[in-house]
Design a protein around this ligand. Structure first.
Ligand SMILES: Cc1ncc(COP(=O)(O)O)c(C=O)c1O
Length: 384
């Protein structure tokens, strides 16, 4: 008798319309129109521009992108538009809302780079999340990244949703660091949610993708139409890899979240034994009440540490066995990045850690030896 999880994956196999267990990759860029001439309707005569269901050109949509969006709609309960990267999703969100002012504080440097393009080209005004929100007007944007890159600490979504809505502005939440099932920003007032699906949705460090999620079918249609013109649809191979990944999203993310929290607790409990370890940042070390509701199943699998000197930070990655020294996050393999390699703004003593699905005791042991700590692992009951 197969177990529940086996049935969850195989229970509907007999209903598949084609024998392939994995949907084939459709590489066509163009698709034949209706063969019956009487059924052909000029685009100018159509009441509604049909965007999904009958692919005709892959810049609009194709079978694999539609499979990604449909499966994520089932996961999130909302409308999902997939993009070629997280940054193209953020660019699409700005194009859609077309704000005059954006409030955006800490967050991914690439999103800040896009805001700078908009300041340069369109005169967008950029204020901080701590600035006076009376500068925001109807239709402007508050962009909140939570948990935030690179620290993995939380901001209160409801607080910023209320502040944005008081001014008639919209709240976009970049939830890349807390994918489903860890966080649902719509529950706390977000108007649009974005993800770099390159990270946890992809989960294997082998694809680039982005997502915008909206509750409104009209906004979904507008986003898809803009995407057609901007040429930023997700490609077929990436869609296919993403479909593969989505099947294990929950398994991976819950495991990564639990392991990251155990590793952070271990480092924090034993901090005095690691003389070079100056600071640890993670949502699990915050005690604000709202976090229990906002992140009910656990914390981000990403956290950061600071060492006492720049040199110590630069050398730590090379001492680790199970953490690749590389940028990005969210994959099944643990990564560490001396963040100064890719982010100009960050302290040169900071290292960002993305915890994978390896055995957590191996990860703890690896960190212990790399930090040169005097902790005798065998004497610790690793109930972490
Ligand atoms: C929080 C966050 N948002 C957006 C992005 C951009 O995503 P992509 O690299 O898929 O364009 C990243 C990338 O690291 C990120 O960490």
């Amino acid at each position: 008798m197969p177990g529940l999880s086996t049935n969850l994956i195989h229970g509907a196999d007999h209903l598949h319309r084609v024998p392939d267990v994995v949907p084939p990759i459709n590489i066509a860029s163009t698709f034949r129109y209706e063969s019956d001439p009487d059924k052909l309707i000029k685009v100018a005569d159509r009441e509604k521009f049909e965007i999904l269901g009958t692919p005709y050109y892959s810049r609009l949509s194709h079978p694999n992108s539609e499979q990604v969006e449909a499966s994520l709609e089932a996961v999130t309960g909302h409308h999902v538009v997939a993009y070629s990267s997280g940054l193209s999703a953020f660019y699409a969100a700005l194009t859609h809302f077309n704000p005059k002012v954006i409030a955006f504080g800490k967050g991914y440097h690439g999103c800040h780079g896009i805001v700078q393009i908009w300041e340069r080209n369109y005169g967008l005004k950029h204020i901080d999340l701590d600035d006076d929100f009376s500068q925001l007007n109807k239709g402007d944007i508050v962009h909140l990244e939570t948990p935030v890159n690179p620290e993995g600490i939380n901001f209160n979504i409801k607080y910023y949703a209320d502040k944005a809505h008081e001014r008639g502005a919209y709240l976009i939440v970049d939830s890349t660091f807390a994918p489903p099932p860890l966080q649902d920003p719509f529950k706390f007032g977000a108007d649009m949610v974005m993800h770099s699906a390159t990270k946890f949705f992809g989960g294997h460090s082998d694809l680039l993708a982005g997502l915008l999620i909206t509750k409104s079918p009209e906004i979904r249609d507008k986003l898809v139409y803009d995407r057609l013109l901007l040429g930023t649809n997700i490609a077929s191979l990436e869609s296919s890899l993403l479909i593969r990944s989505i099947r294990t999203l929950e398994l991976r993310v819950l495991r990564q979240s639990e392991s990251a929290t155990k590793l952070v607790k271990y480092l924090s409990d034993n901090k005095s034994k690691f003389p070079s370890l100056a600071k640890i940042y993670h949502g699990s070390l915050q005690d604000d009440e709202y976090i229990k509701e906002q992140m009910p199943l656990g914390h981000s699998p990403v956290f950061s540490i600071e060492l006492d000197t720049e040199d110590a930070a630069k050398r730590l990655p090379s001492k680790l066995k199970y953490f690749h020294h590389a940028t990005s996050l969210g994959g099944v393999e643990s990564l560490i990045e001396w963040r100064a390699m890719s982010d100009k703004e960050v302290s040169p003593t900071l290292l960002r850690v993305s915890v994978g699905v390896e055995n957590v005791e191996d990860l703890i042991e690896d960190f212990t030896q790399a930090l040169g700590g005097s902790v005798d692992i065998s004497k610790l009951s690793l109930k972490y």
